[in-house]
Design a protein around this ligand. Sequence first.
Ligand code: SDX
Length: 434
Amino acid sequence: MNHNTNKNTVTIETNSSSMQAPSFQGTMGPDVIDLRSMPQNLGLYSFDPGLIGTATCSSKITFIDGEKGILLHRGYPIEELATHANFTETAYLLLYGELPTLEQYHVFKKDMNTHRLLNEQIRNFFNGFRRDAHPMAILCGTVSALSAFYHDGLNISQPEDRDLSARRLIAKTATIAAWAYKYSIGEPFIYPDEEMSFSENFLHMLFARPGNHYKVNPVLARAIDRILVLHADHEQNASTTTVRLVGSTGSNPYACISAGIAALWGPAHGGANEAALNMLKSIGTRDGIPAFLEKAKDRNSTVRLMGFGHRVYKNFDPRAKILQETCREVIAELGLERDPLLDLAMELEKVATHDEYFIKRGLYPNVDFYSGLILKALGIPENMFTVLFAVARTVGWVSQWKEMIEDPTARIVRPRQLYIGSNRRKFTPIHERG
Ligand code: SDX
């Protein structure tokens, strides 16, 4: 990956020595200081446990400006993609760097659709899970096992193999996700339809049943497609960093994406959409908001306002604004009387965004605050919310994985530490320990 050559240097001085560290300027965003020679030159490590101020790679895929609420994919604003592009088009853009021509789009779509089917033996995996297994557990385990079935495409030094595995993962993760849902409700699996769009097929596999002609509602398919576009990639978030780290050891792409799924599952990350909906249910009514917010603001409590706050966005998450609008559209399309949870969410947002505690800390609704409400309105159960997030983010994960593998400067990720344990001490045999 060639950095922007507009290099300056930063002088780093200690009491006894100093060094010139090169700094690099990207296309947009803050410059970075290259500290890789600091251990050798100054005998010092940088210390940044949450990687709050550390750039772990250079990338051309996604740019975020947390202060201005900007999110670009390959330079295209998320608002444009969410309005004018579909998920397959966005997948092409993230994977290959340019929006596809109509011809390229149709060839890509047709090939992607052929990868939706799973090896028939994979059906047996599901029977090994309890019916009440969390679908994320099934997704995580089954995606990792795909490498046991798809041996071609594992020579990741070959571009065509990387491409084949990337397309398989995007297509097959959706099938596994839908089948995990069917398995949890005891209904037969619905095989993918190669003629349908990504989102129509996903809804089809979720809700069609043998013997009934399930008709995909185009408005709901569009809503799902927009949610997938909004969740496709998000720079170096926790799960993407996990995928890059696992990929840096040379692990096969299925293992890398499975690791990303595991990281996304946490309630501080992709699990927040499920947690936000459960939070709204626990608050119950508008009267419950003040007491809940007091708990969320209490530093001694572990309660958090789920769906609020973000490591990068300190004003607003542009995806949350789009999802709020989509939420209203879906609720109206479904003719749901003013959904009480949506009303509660909007009141909670209004109260929290005018509360000094949240304003002072730059805590605003994030992508997870409204996504759960939309998915619930679409009839998708809470335990499938993060699964859908994973289906979408697989596009970002494989794109970032591919970029890392193709970066000649990429190395195995192996950070150091600040050691605060015991000094060297003499071993005492057990019978002498008293
Ligand atoms: C996603 O990184 C990405 O891009 C992620 C994501 C993606 O697309 O990949 O955008 C998806 O993960 C969105 C975030 C979903 N998570 C949640 O909604 C869970 C609730 N949010 C928090 O857990 C928290 O805001 C994080 C994890 C999202 C961000 O954590 P940070 O940046 O480490 O912030 P912090 O914990 O250092 O908080 C700073 C202050 C603290 O208070 P003080 O110590 O200053 O007194 O803000 C407080 C925190 O206690 N705080 C919250 C809060 N979030 C932060 N207080 C109450 N409720 C919250 N939600």
